[in-house]
Each structure stands twice: as C-alpha cells, then as structure tokens.
Design a protein around this ligand. Structure first.
Ligand code: DUC
Ligand code: ZN
Ligand code: ZN
Length: 491
C-alpha cells in the first residue's frame, strides 16, 4: 500500500509533465498516466504542482556566534523549513579551535538528534594544523564531502591564503568541494575600526565596513586558487557585481567554480532596510551585507544565465528584542552542552540577540531568518514575475543543490528510485509572510507583510507526510543524516 499523487503537474529541473506519482515505502516507484488507485492512499493534486523537496545547502542552526547562539535548532528550524517546502538542509559544522574535525562533527551530531527533516553537514575548517590536514579525507568517508573556509571574521573563523590553498589541494585530491565565505577580512577590519573611531556606530555602517569591493576581491582570490589547484569551488552567499564578475571570469576560463546567492539578496536593501531609523536596521545585519537594487538586478541575471547555480538562505536567526514577548517561551539556556528550557533553570535568562550591538554595529550578531520563506519568496519574486521559469526554480532550489553536493538523484528530483521528498505546491494560494504566523523561532520576518502567491500545501519526506495545510505531522528523530558522495559534478 502506497501513496498515489494523482492529477498533478510534476516540475523537475528539465520538464513540466502531467502524470501520477506512486510512492511505496520511502521512494518513488512509478510515474505515469492514470496509475490505478488499487488501495493506495490518494492525494488529489489537481491544479497543483508536484516538486522535489527544497534543499537549503546553507544554514546555521544553533550556531555559537557573535556572543550568543542562533535561535533555530534542529527541532524548530526543521519544522519551519518543512512548512516552507524544504525537506533537507546542509548545516555547517565548526571545527573548534585547537580541536579536530571529528570533535566538531561530534558536537553537531548531538545537536541534530531531534532532526525532523533530512540533513547533511559541511565542515568549516578554522584551524588547519598538519594533523587536521591529514584528517580531511576521513570526512569524505563520513559523508561530509564539502569543506568551508572563511576569508573573513578575523580572529574568529578567518583563515589565511596558505590555509585556503592547502585545503584546496587536499580536497582536490579526494574529490571534495571547497566552499568559501568570500570577503577580505583584513580590509574589513581596517574599515570597521576606522568607522567606529569616527563614531559611526549605527547598523547601516555595517555596510560601509563590508563594501562590494572586498567581496569581489576575495571571490577573485578564491577563484584563481581553484584554477591553480583544480579544486571544485563553491562561493557562498554572493551579493554583488564584483563578485559575480569574478566568478563569471573563472567559469569562462574553464575553472571548476560555482556560486550561490541567498533569497534575501534579491529583495532586502541597504537604503530601506539596513538604513531604517533607530536600531531597526539591526534586523537586516548579515555578512556580506544586503545591497541595493542595482545588485539585485545583477543577481537575477546571474541565476538566469547560469553563472550562479543555487539559491539558499544562510539561515542564522537571532532575536531582535532578546526573546521578549510571545516568543519568550522559546528562550533556552545553554547548559553543559545542551539546550534546556530556561524556565527550569533560570527564569531571568534571555538568550541575547541583535541588541548586543546597540551602540556598536560590529557587535550585532550577523545573520537572518529565511529557511521557511526561501521557496515562497523565490517563487513569488522570480516565477510570478517571469524572471525565472518553474523548472529553473526547481533547479536552483532543489536539483542543483543535490547535484553539486553529492546526493543527486536520491535527492533533488522526482524520479523512479529517488527519495519521495515531494512538495504539493498550490500556485494560486496566497499567503502573507509574517512573524505572527511563521514557524521560525524569531520575533521578526524579513518580508513582513509581503503577500506571496504560490506556496506548499502538503510536504512529504521519504513518503511520510510532514505538513498538511497548517497541521504538522513530523516527529523528532525522523530526519536522517544524508551521507554525500565525493566527485560530484561541477555544473
Ligand atoms: N554570515 C551571516 O550573516 N551569518 C552567519 C555567518 C555568515 O557568514
Ligand atoms: Zn558566510
Ligand atoms: Zn553562512
């Protein structure tokens, strides 16, 4: 007995076809016209699209960062993701300074125990000693086939060029991919100190400390190293023309380089959002910073012409007002490595958030909510406006993430033999995005009040229903770690 999706239109990265989809157990077993119901549970998808579950390859759940922790964890963050049509994500393990890659992996495995959707891990290398270089191949054996290096966040995560180059050489030898956060952290530090010395402390000055030039320069440096080492490179969260130009040059030269942008970089602006009066702009502080409309247009062109392959979120949310209000119930305290309900431990505790940076933009925790909104906002801004086709939407949000990160075709498509991660998408249904109704543990929404048309109405993971309208059917521990393959294609 399986689940039969009838009368829907399947969207994959290449086609839109009207066909039924039969799911038995955890996988798709048949796609065809007029499949007989024969006792299967029938989902009537008339007037709806059937698409592969979204894959968000750039998230930071429960990340220790900026003097606090990001709010969403592998419980609440997963539920929020699924309500937005995302059934898998890849989170960044951070190697502890002085520790090993396996130390980091152990910590993140623990964090992921309550998983409700499928997940993978990238490994962020922060301390590349000789023993750590030697440890890298064992990550691939664990199914962690991507390394991340930060070219910014001096004194925290930043690595130098020697480290990046060495990591690329080892990764290339083992069919792994290197990801970079590309901003020149040394120059950022100089700009930041100068701005603060001049008394420029409001959130909007965050932008001036991280201009497009430092993103373009770092992107170019990483692209050149990819060309020299032959290592597949994936530049995360690209925001602006100099960075896109650097990637385009590398691709034209035949280097194995790819890039993503994030949904917020198409819509949120420096002028209106980051530059909002008072401390409001702190809600939009992330790195690299949001840019103005001229860069949004560059990004649309880049996702259309194939320069950029993926849209993700860099989901990393923090309280705006420190968990006060109806969200208070979610405040937790970090205690001996575990999050425990603060009520039981210390009723006065509030997990700090954006307010840490009042009076000093450099202390605002960097990061934004987005894991729930990505697909709806991209559909609304991209597909409804005609900027991208429905098939390109699926390619950017579902298929390319799986291809590039070594889990295609198990994930990222609807095909016989693939995991039955299926989103029933209603292109006519409207929804107003708001912190009042979203499932993310965050007291604001980037797109507050935006009325989107097109949204998931049912979400299935490996054949199991997670979301049906407003109802949640998932359970803790049912999300699986997805071990990924090396030698994934460069696309
Ligand atoms: N940028 C952010 O804004 N947050 C998390 C990490 C990052 O690089
Ligand atoms: Zn980053
Ligand atoms: Zn990130």
């Amino acid at each position: 007995m399986g689940t039969l999706f009838k009368n829907g239109t399947i969207i994959t990265a290449s086609d839109m076809i009207q066909a039924d989809v039969l799911v038995e157990g955890e996988i798709v077993t048949l796609i065809g016209k007029n499949i007989p119901s024969r006792g299967h549970e029938v989902v009537n998808a008339k007037g709806k699209y059937l698409m592969p579950g979204g894959i968000d390859v750039h998230t930071h759940l429960d990340l220790p960062f900026g003097g606090t922790y990001s709010n969403d964890d592998f419980d609440v963050g997963h539920k929020a993701a699924a309500f937005g049509g995302t059934t898998m994500h890849i989170d960044f393990v951070i190697q502890p300074k002085g520790g090993s890659l396996h130390d980091g992996l152990k910590t993140w495995r623990e964090k992921a125990k309550p998983a409700q959707i499928d997940y993978g891990f990238h490994m962020a290398v922060t301390d590349l000693r000789d023993d750590v270089l030697a440890e890298i191949p064992s990550m691939a054996a664990e199914g962690v086939t991507s390394l991340k290096l930060f070219m910014a966040y001096k004194g925290v995560f930043q690595v130098d060029d020697k480290t990046l180059y060495q990591a690329m050489r080892v990764a290339a030898d083992h069919g792994m991919i290197v990801m970079v956060h590309a901003e020149n952290g040394d120059v950022e530090e100089q700009l930041r100190l100068q701005l603060l010395a001049e008394g420029k402390t409001d959130p909007v000055w965050h932008y001036s400390s991280r201009p497009p030039e430092i993103e373009g320069e770092a992107t170019n440096r990483a692209v050149v190293m990819s060309g020299m080492t032959g290592c597949a490179l994936y530049v995360v969260h690209m925001t602006c023309e100099p960075a896109v130009d650097a990637l385009r040059r590398g691709r034209a030269a035949g280097y194995p380089v790819m890039g993503e942008t994030c949904v917020q970089y198409f819509h949120i602006t420096r002028d209106k959002h980051l530059g909002a009066p008072g401390f409001e702009g702190a809600k939009y502080v992330c790195s690299p910073p949001v840019r103005n409309a001229e860069h949004h247009a560059i990004l649309w062109q880049a996702v259309r012409d194939g320069t950029l392959q993926v849209v993700s979120t860099d989901h990393c949310d923090f309280w705006y007002e420190g968990g006060v209000g109806p969200w208070e119930k979610w405040s937790k305290k970090h205690n001996g490595g575990n999050w425990v309900e603060y009520e039981a431990q210390d009723p006065s505790y509030r997990r700090p958030g954006k307010e840490l940076g009042k009076g000093n933009f450099a202390k605002i925790p960097n990061g934004l909510p987005g894991i729930e909104d990505r697909m709806m906002v991209m559909w609304h801004l991209g597909v409804n406006s005609g900027k991208i086709s429905p098939t390109r939407f699926v390619e950017l949000n579902c298929t390319n993430p799986a291809r590039i990160f070594g889990c295609y075709p198990r994930k990222g498509t609807i095909a016989v033999g693939a995991d039955a991660d299926i989103v029933v998408w209603d292109p006519k249904k409207t929804h107003t995005l708001s912190a009042k109704t979203h499932h993310m543990r965050c007291d604001y929404n980037l797109y507050e009040g935006m009325k989107v048309k097109g949204m998931p109405v049912m979400v299935f993971q490996r054949g199991k229903k997670l979301v049906d309208g407003d109802a949640w059917h998932g359970s803790n521990g049912s999300g699986q770690f997805i071990a990924r393959q090396t030698h994934a294609p460069v696309i």
